[in-house]
Write a protein that binds this ligand. Structure first.
Ligand SMILES: Nc1ncnc2c1ncn2[C@@H]1O[C@H](COP(=O)(O)OP(=O)(O)OP(=O)(O)O)[C@@H](O)[C@H]1O
Ligand SMILES: O=C(O)c1ccc[n+]([C@@H]2O[C@H](COP(=O)([O-])O)[C@@H](O)[C@H]2O)c1
Length: 216
């Protein structure tokens, strides 16, 4: 019998700020595939984008507020402790070394991140250390732009949740999570224009943003 509590999942991001498009698909995912815990990991120096508007400390505080009443989530601060680019390949290698070779591990990303994944630092090594679990995101194609990357994706795809719980790494799972048309960019733009964001992120996070005068 498969022990469905073995799989550990890390969810990395910039979270500038954290919003329902991060939290709700991952909560649905946890129910669908059986995750008792998701470890949220904010980056410090995002490798492929400009520096965030909020400081690392502010982004961490917003995450703490967002997950305070959600026991599914815990926070991992390892990337915040490094001043070098937060390369996922390095982080996941380190996590694998801590957890040992047999433990099933996964990295959760959104569909947009899958599309850029082949441009990530040493991307081909990431699947040596973990599975990739991809949440749906509206507005992004389901196919990779280049044929060779589509081939790479096809070679690693699995539709079997059990495989994620029994094999330590190496598979890509496209989860059928609900769509949320929310981005941190949209929230920053709306806040700059003084528009309402009540339905886009947790109230405690919004209160903190207002108290700090962020994204004005
Ligand atoms: N609405 C969403 N649906 C599914 N996945 C999402 C959504 N928003 C973000 N993600 C995923 O969460 C992870 C962290 O995303 P990130 O912190 O960059 O948020 P973002 O909203 O994309 O930010 P920004 O607009 O600043 O680029 C990424 O893997 C991303 O694909
Ligand atoms: O390692 C890389 O080269 C790399 C390139 C782009 C993104 N990432 C990671 O992917 C996660 C989602 O990224 P983002 O930019 O959508 O927040 C986050 O943990 C990033 O640090 C990692």
């Amino acid at each position: 019998m498969v022990d469905m509590n073995q799989l550990q999942a890390l969810f990395g991001g910039t979270f500038d700020p954290v919003h329902y498009g991060h939290l709700k698909p991952v909560e649905a995912l946890a129910n669908q595939i059986g995750l008792s815990r998701v470890i949220i990991m904010p980056n410090n120096v995002p490798p492929h984008r400009p520096q965030p508007e909020a400081t690392s400390q502010q982004r961490k505080t917003m995450l703490e507020l967002a997950i305070a009443d959600k026991p599914l989530f815990t926070l991992d601060e390892r990337e915040l402790r490094r001043d070098t680019p937060s390369y996922s390949a390095l982080t996941l290698q380190e996590w694998r070394e801590e957890q040992g070779p047999q433990c099933p591990l996964a990295f959760i990303i959104g569909q947009d991140s899958l599309l850029t994944f082949p441009s990530w630092h040493h991307y081909e090594t990431i699947l040596d250390n973990c599975h990739l679990i991809v949440c749906r995101r509206p507005g992004y194609p389901l196919e990779m732009a280049q044929e060779e990357h589509q081939q790479w994706l096809d070679e690693h795809l699995t539709q079997h949740v059990e495989t994620l719980h029994t094999q330590p790494a190496g598979k890509i799972y496209l989860a059928e999570t609900p769509w949320f048309n929310i981005s941190a960019t949209l929230i920053r733009e709306r806040l700059e224009r003084g528009e309402n964001c009540d339905d886009l992120l947790p109230a405690a996070v919004l209160e903190y943003i207002n108290a700090q005068g962020l994204y004005r």
